[in-house]
Design a protein around this ligand. Structure first.
Ligand code: ARG
Length: 573
């Protein structure tokens, strides 16, 4: 049960008061079986401090227990005291959270703290291909989760708009002229074509390098072409971010740190951290085989040098509590080195920087990538998913009742949502491989299944015939069935789930929570199929109102949970 509830707090306080030990010396967990109680308070540390056995302490606490508004009973079970919470109080607390505060998340956990999240951060002049979605989608979920907990979040797109790649594009532009129309596909092709040509003709590599030098030196022609490529690329990325409803707080490409390069290198040199290796300027890291490269032998600064400048900029600008980098695990060494060098430079805040790595993405077993030119485009996947869902809605029962505009809106929410969910539902470090059909299925562990559960809540509420304004007045003490209690217990875990998911940077924790909630809801709801007295829309008006209020709470939790992981929650589908 969420520690951010008065029930958890009261159980700890009860144990503390009875024993005279601080609340922190008791640990709360869930009893092994729900029949045993709702909260298990372990007495180990308190017993140690008192020089007594935890079994005796547990017995004492249970014996002295007096029921309160929050807690109904206490029983000793070995070294634990199992408390049963007072169900009416739980329902009342949940109703207050949903109907009055409109939040089941503790909104002050992150008060006064700032989290920088570097995510998506694609490279310009290349397709935003499928493998980028994982960073985009995980980063967006982390941003939403932290925001819900009251952190100040700075979502940063560290656009890859600098480096020798851009020299290649300029050289290709000189060699073959400006593509028409100038769009991301043309730029991507230009890059692929140039790399292929470079294999045949090594002199082209020199050309690319020379162009990058011109760009670095501020040559107006080089700059103008580069800027055009950057604008075209950004417009394309923006269209995908729009589909996902993503707005970055800061879009600051690598090029923004160009001017800071000499300062970074001076700073590291002054701290005597730099050395030369085969003509290049590097930082040797104790215990690491490969050094961090600052400057190549022809004087070009690198990705890592710009990342040092960016980290310093973020610290100076935001004084973050956490600075997260949502980047694929292939860059593990880079971030390990980066953080090590920041630490060696004496920045205490280096320990606040975290790489949030993730595994590969495949679709139907196919790997995705830009180099070879065989890309699976994110936009195409979204559009295909949306079309498929639209066709399903038209065929299905919901189609007749919806206008074409409604179908289009829901199809986009569900099509994109299905893909987003499939990207998040596995633990970050696992590779994902999915087929579109499964991702969009309504009866698997899918995003559309959760969205459908939400739409079902909305539909029950419509059929229930009570106004939303009446729900808060429901007498929730009438909800005495175990299946109803299972739903309420799950709702109590909402806040804790978000806190844990944010701390571990694991949105999949929320995905699983929502699947469990939808399962509890469905088990309760379908009971009515066999027993009319258990129907939500039952004959007894008071009971009906209470059950509808519980449906509304589930609907709220589903919508809020879906929002945190970047999915919309349709009212019908
Ligand atoms: N542009 C890089 C890439 O696509 C990712 C950048 C991640 N962020 C960072 N600060 N290094 O691989």
């Amino acid at each position: 049960m969420s520690q951010y509830t008065p029930f958890h707090e009261k159980a700890l306080r009860t144990a503390a008061e009875e024993t005279g030990q601080p609340a922190a010396s008791f640990a709360v967990s869930a009893p092994p079986k729900p029949e045993m109680g709702d909260l298990a308070v372990g007495c180990f540390a308190a017993a140690k401090a008192l020089g007594r056995s935890p079994v005796e302490i547990a017995k004492d606490v249970a014996a002295a227990f007096v029921p309160s508004d929050e807690l109904a009973s206490a029983t000793a079970a070995g070294p634990f005291v199992n408390f049963r919470v007072a169900r009416p109080a739980v329902f009342a607390w949940l109703a207050d959270g949903v109907f009055a505060r409109r939040a089941l998340t503790p909104a002050n956990v992150g008060a006064g703290q700032t989290v920088c999240i570097d995510y998506s951060s694609p490279n310009i002049s290349k397709h935003l291909a499928y493998h980028h979605i994982r960073s985009t989608v995980i980063g967006q979920a982390l941003a939403q989760m932290h925001r819900a907990l009251g952190y100040r979040v700075v979502g940063i797109n560290h656009l890859g708009d600098w480096g020798t790649t851009h020299g290649m594009l300029l050289a290709a532009h000189e060699k073959w002229g400006e593509p028409s129309p100038l769009d991301i596909t043309a730029l991507n092709d230009l890059y692929v074509r140039f790399r292929a040509a470079m294999k045949e003709d090594p002199a082209l590599e020199q050309k690319a390098r020379a162009w990058f030098h011109r760009l670095e030196a501020g040559d107006p022609a080089a700059r103008a072409t580069w800027q055009r490529f950057r604008d075209v690329s950004w417009a394309e990325f923006q269209s995908v971010y729009d589909m996902l409803g993503i707005v970055f707080d800061e879009v600051r490409g690598e090029s923004a740190y160009e001017a800071a390069m000499p300062g970074v290198i001076d700073m590291l040199a002054q701290k005597q951290l730099t050395s030369e290796s085969e003509g290049a300027l590097v930082v040797q890291i104790p215990g690491e085989q490969t050094p961090l490269l600052l400057k190549t032998k022809d004087g070009t600064t690198l990705y890592a040098t710009r990342d040092i400048a960016a980290a310093m900029y973020r610290w100076e600008t935001y004084q973050f509590t956490r600075s997260l980098y949502v980047v694929d695990r292939g860059q593990g060494l880079h971030f390990k080195q980066l953080f090590a060098v920041l630490g060696m430079a004496g920045f205490e805040w280096a320990s606040r920087c975290e790489h949030v790595p993730f595994g590969l993405v495949r679709i139907g077993g196919k790997k995705t990538g830009t180099r070879a030119g065989n890309v699976v485009l994110l936009k195409d996947v979204f559009n295909e998913a949306t079309d498929e869902v639209a066709a399903k809605i038209r065929e299905g029962a919901g189609g007749g009742a919806m206008t074409p505009a409604q179908i289009a809106e829901v199809a986009q929410m569900v099509g994109i949502g299905g893909v987003v969910f499939a990207t998040l539902v596995s633990q970050r470090d696992k590779d994902v491989d999915f087929v579109l059909e499964k991702v969009l299925s309504l009866d698997g562990d899918s995003g559309p299944y959760l969205q459908y559960s939400h739409a079902r809540c909305a539909s029950i509420l419509r059929k229930g015939g009570v106004a939303a304004s009446e729900l808060p007045a429901a007498n929730l003490a009438l909800l005495t069935h175990d299946a109803e209690w299972a739903v309420a217990r799950r709702l109590l875990d909402f806040g804790d789930t978000v806190v844990r998911a944010a701390a571990a940077c694991e949105p999949h924790t929320i995905c699983h929570y929502l699947l469990n909630l939808a399962g509890d809801f469905s088990r309760w709801y379908t009971l009515g199929n066999g027993d009319a007295s258990l129907r939500v829309i039952c004959d007894d008006a008071d009971l009906r109102l209470a059950r509808l209020a519980l449906v509304a709470m589930v609907g709220h939790a589903l919508a809020e949970g879906l929002r945190l992981i970047g999915l919309g929650a349709p009212d019908q589908m």
